[in-house]
Design a protein around this ligand. Structure first.
Ligand code: AVJ
Length: 319
């Protein structure tokens, strides 16, 4: 027999498909060479990222979940019941589970670019929280968007994981303004922000001795080999993560170990020994630094939580 599944409401905003071929050729033809971190997350890359989240050195995920658990009741009391909870880049909707029983929202709207994964995660969530009205919206939230449905109620956006760290401060400011449009006057944003800290702690979080982060970084090359008929030899590149103090960001690079030529889709790309492909930026903030970014975007700080080692912060903002 087929078990009745609580229905979720699905809306497709048809995010434009990435043109990985054109993007990669442009980015590798430029100096310095770079690739967008969004291309990390093929099936393999998503699995490697889940492994990164379990690493002892990668404090980010563990510390944020700890904060959501420890302060969940306080967060819920400040937000109040029956909010419309909107998660940006909901992925597997794992972190929100920590808050749902305390928050008792009127509805949960999962928003993600990856359609199949989104529908699956939202459906499983609706089964586990059968009292919750679950919606799923397939959308690319890095470009302007609007909610496709009418739901009455105060809106609270949830943007965990310091995902905003992949954006430059200028882009992050635009995204925060877009979120302010989404939640409207009196609406809120609950956001996870990674903090500036000791260089050794930061660099080892992105340079684990097991080599999982290196495998995650090099998986990008393997993906290009498969999808673009490229001939990268991942062994001829060295993974490195470097703290850039002036820009307040961890940079991930793949350094060419020798002079070499790589063929992508019939085009030749020359790499000098020591030349890098810059694959990711992960911006870190001080508490005042992030408060300033948020206030420029029109948000007021309601409360900030951080762990005792001051590794990570969760902010409740209101506009
Ligand atoms: C998913 C962007 C938050 O920057 O910490 C982890 C990605 N890259 N290890 C981060 C990542 C290498 C992660 N974000």
């Amino acid at each position: 027999a087929v078990l009745p599944r609580p229905a979720i409401e699905f809306y497709d905003l048809y995010p434009p498909k990435d043109d990985i071929r054109a993007d990669v050729i442009t980015a590798l033809s430029s100096t310095p060479k770079s690739l967008s971190p969004k291309y990390f997350y093929d099936q393999n890359g998503s699995q490697l990222f889940d492994q990164i989240c379990e690493l002892p050195e990668y404090y980010v995920t563990r510390t944020e979940i700890g904060l959501l658990q420890e302060f969940g009741d306080e967060i819920a009391a400040l937000i109040g019941e029956r909010a419309i909870l909107l998660e940006l880049g909901s992925g597997s909707s794992t972190k929100i589970r920590t808050l749902l029983n305390a928050l008792k929202p009127k509805a949960y709207v999962a928003m993600d670019i990856s359609k199949a994964h989104l529908i699956n995660a939202a459906t499983v969530l609706a089964e586990d929280f059968d009292w919750l009205d679950v919606h799923a919206v397939c959308v690319d939230f890095s470009a302007p968007w609007q909610l496709p449905m009418e739901i009455e109620g105060k809106r609270t956006a949830f943007f965990p994981g310091s995902s905003i760290g992949n954006f430059t401060p200028a882009e992050a400011s635009c995204l925060l303004k877009q979120i302010r449009q989404l939640v409207g006057q009196g609406g809120e944003l609950l956001i996870g922000i990674d903090l500036i800290k000791d260089t050794a702690v930061l660099e080892s979080a992105y340079n684990d001795p097991q080599g999982i982060t290196a495998a995650f970084n090099k998986n990008l090359l393997i993906r290009l080999n498969r999808e673009l008929d490229a001939n990268f030899n991942p062994d001829k590149f060295r993974h490195a993560s470097i703290w850039n103090e002036a820009e307040s960001r961890i940079e991930m690079h793949l350094f060419s170990k020798e002079d070499q030529v790589v063929v992508i889709d019939g085009e030749l790309f020359r790499f000098e020994k020591g030349e890098s492909i810059h694959t990711e930026n992960s911006y870190k903030y001080s508490l005042p630094g992030f408060a300033e970014l948020a206030s420029e975007a029109g948000f007021q700080s309601v409360k900030v939580w951080q762990d005792r080692d001051k590794l990570f912060s969760v902010h409740l903002l209101r506009c």
